[in-house]
Design a protein around this ligand. Structure first.
Ligand code: BES
Ligand code: MN
Ligand code: ZN
Length: 498
């Protein structure tokens, strides 16, 4: 998809479709007014007659408007309220995209100026429009014989009434495309089934990444190397699988040589059967998504590399498959982690924290400015926050706040859960330094408490994305979250620096 800026009067634009808002009590936007004058009041007549419902996202497609060069005009109502929430704005863009897809137009020109979205400027609306367009056009049919046609829409333009905004909008276009592509990569990795997307496959993707981007270098640790380092916890997860675990390190160098990197650590369980603590059968296919934390690290690094952000970022992926073969870890087994701490594995289905703790210890080697791990870690997180908001837990309140702010800034919400020391007691083990489960109460918090025992000396935060990384039901698929949040967090760090 090509994205461009366009200035000049709307009636003179040769486009397949202009997208023009109508707001409040049927008020014509500036662009709508200009078109209305050209076609001698036809738009206001239709609107007055009630052909366009006064609800956000309702549309009216008008072909061949008199004295208007564009082939079609799509009126879209922004509703009765003065301004839209980011959620309603997204829905509005989605309904426009659905019409553009159905009418098979090749290009479209959006006039976003007069769509008021709470606390957001034009540049933000453009960036968000690009992300929504990329989301709407995404299709995953690599594994179907009957593939959908490539989308006809290949160019989206943004009408500017005020040229002074063009440099901010250009930046927004670059960012929107980078985040859009990052999300798509994360979705595709998430959607791939466990028999294709194995730890080895993820490692190969990471190597390919380094080939395609000269700012990224990749290194992979195999099981032997992890054994020699002492990653007994991570290896206890892959022990029951024929697929070897991999620790994948992707190093993006956009900053100065000695700038402390931001480190992102992704849970990459390419399939989670639960191991010997086997999961029930219903819906188990969805455990192919248990590597969506890792996928978001890939997606974010892609976005960062495409934007050439002037910071250093390290992506670490703890990739393993959790299976119950004869070599599998058993409940009650005790392993020694890279940190030296011993762990009593009371439930082999709490495997995410077992791979992450060793990856987090390994991350210390990079002397990070901050470490953020991203994981589909607990079913309890879905009970706490549902499918709309990711959980943030941190040993540094300031870092949690930066992440929440990045979530607001990118409309990819996250909310903080507490992590007081009282919760740590739930992880007591009679036989080892700590247990890998803390009972039913506050499952998301005790999982984070477990991780906190391996990041005591670090500025660290944990994102539980169990509810936000994919949708179930008839539209089952990965969402590409939290690539927008993570990318915004890194954009904010880059901005702070300059
Ligand atoms: N990958 C799951 C968490 C999960 C479950 C994510 C359902 C999305 C939907 C994780 O490895 C797991 O199994 N967690 C257990 C932990 C428990 C054994 C303490 C859980 O949440 O039930
Ligand atoms: Mn599990
Ligand atoms: Zn899991």
């Amino acid at each position: 998809m090509e994205y461009k800026i366009k200035s000049g009067s709307p009636e003179k634009q040769s486009s397949a479709c202009l997208i023009v808002p109508i707001s409040g009590n049927n008020k014509l936007s500036t662009a709508a007014q200009q078109l209305d004058e050209a076609c001698e009041g036809y738009i206001s007549k239709l609107v007055k007659r009630g052909d366009l419902a006064r609800q956000p996202g309702k549309t009216l497609l008008i072909p061949g408007l008199h004295n208007v060069k564009a082939q079609r005009v799509l009126l879209v109502h922004t509703g009765k309220e003065r301004s839209l929430s980011a959620t309603k704005f997204t829905r509005l863009l989605q309904s426009c995209m659905a019409i553009l897809k159905d009418s098979s137009v090749k290009d479209a020109l959006f006039y976003l100026d007069d769509i008021h979205c709470e606390k957001r400027d034009l540049a933000w609306k453009v960036r968000h429009c690009i992300q929504t367009a990329e989301d709407s056009l995404y299709q995953f049919d690599d594994l179907k014989s009957d593939k959908a046609d490539a989308p006809k829409l290949t160019r989206i333009q943004f009408g500017l009434s005020d040229r002074s905004q063009s440099s901010a909008v250009e930046t927004a276009i670059t960012q929107g495309q980078a985040i859009g592509r990052g999300k798509q990569l994360a979705k595709t990795l998430g959607n791939l089934p466990g028999n294709i997307c194995t730890p080895t496959y993820l490692a190969e993707q990471a190597q390919q990444f380094a080939k395609n981007h000269k700012t990224i270098s990749t290194s992979i640790l195999d099981e032997k190397q992890m054994q020699d380092l002492g990653m007994g916890s991570l290896l206890s997860v892959s022990a029951g699988s024929d697929e070897p675990a991999k620790l994948i390190v992707m190093n993006y160098k956009g900053g100065k040589k000695d700038d402390a990197p931001q480190v992102l650590v992704g849970k990459g369980i390419t399939f989670d059967t639960g191991g010997i603590s086997l999961k029930p059968g219903a819906g188990m296919d969805e455990m192919k998504y248990d590597m969506c934390g890792a996928a978001s690290v890939f997606g974010t690094l892609l976005a960062v590399a495409e934007m050439n952000l002037p910071i250093n970022v390290v992506g670490i992926i703890a990739a393993a498959e959790n299976m119950p073969n004869g070599g599998a870890t058993k409940p009650g087994d005790i392993v020694t982690s890279l940190s030296g701490k011993t762990i009593e594995i009371l439930n082999t289905d709490a495997e995410g924290r077992l791979v992450l703790c060793d990856a987090l210890s390994y991350a210390e080697m990079f002397n990070p400015a901050a470490i953020i791990d991203i994981a589909t870690l607990t079913g309890a997180c879905i009970i706490a926050l549902g499918h709309h908001t990711s959980a943030v837990l941190s040993n540094q309140n300031g870092l949690a706040q930066q992440i929440i702010k990045a979530g607001e800034g990118s409309a990819d919400a996250a909310w903080q859960l507490p992590m007081g020391e009282e919760y740590q007691e739930q992880l007591k083990s009679n036989f080892a330094d700590l247990a890998n489960i803390g009972g039913r109460p506050a499952g998301t918090i005790t999982a984070a408490c477990f991780l906190s025992r391996f990041t005591e000396n670090q500025r660290w935060a944990h994102l539980d994305i169990a509810g936000t990384a994919w949708v179930s039901g008839s539209n089952k698929g990965a969402t590409g979250r939290p690539v927008p949040l993570l990318t915004q967090y890194l954009l904010d760090r880059a901005a702070e620096q300059s």
